[in-house]
Ligand binder design. Sequence first.
Ligand SMILES: [Zn+2]
Length: 162
Amino acid sequence: MHKLAQMKEQGSEIRFILDVHLGRLAKYLRLCGFDSLFSAFFDDREIIDVSMRESRVILTRDRLLLKNAMKANGYLVKSQYHAEQLREVFEEFGLKKHVRLFSRCIVCNTLLEEVRKEDIADCLQADTSRYFSKFKRCPTCDRIYWEGSQYDNMKKSLKPLL
Ligand SMILES: [Zn+2]
């Protein structure tokens, strides 16, 4: 079986690396729980190397990058709009049934950990503390997440997909 077909079958296990133009798409994929490596400083060579080393699917809008990737696996993103890009990737890799919202840090891609409210009380604003009870924290960058208005807009734009 072709390697990319194998990766598609893995579904939730699938891992991505995105080129420098797809930062917003990376955030939305992370929001949905998918391991999505992105840096504005990756060059093509690094993207291809990491893709091969870590079995990551390259997402790019750059035909040449994919051509140079040869043995590495990649998908050419067609749309220039992030909502449409997300739909493309969801359809291509059958991601819908593997979505785990708010399980991964959208800034640094690390899996989030549940955290008790009393342990982070000092970091919360009064309103947040009053209205929300479930929190998660990123062990890498220490950001705190809760399912409040913070992400309502992102969630709204995901609705047609989920
Ligand atoms: Zn983080």
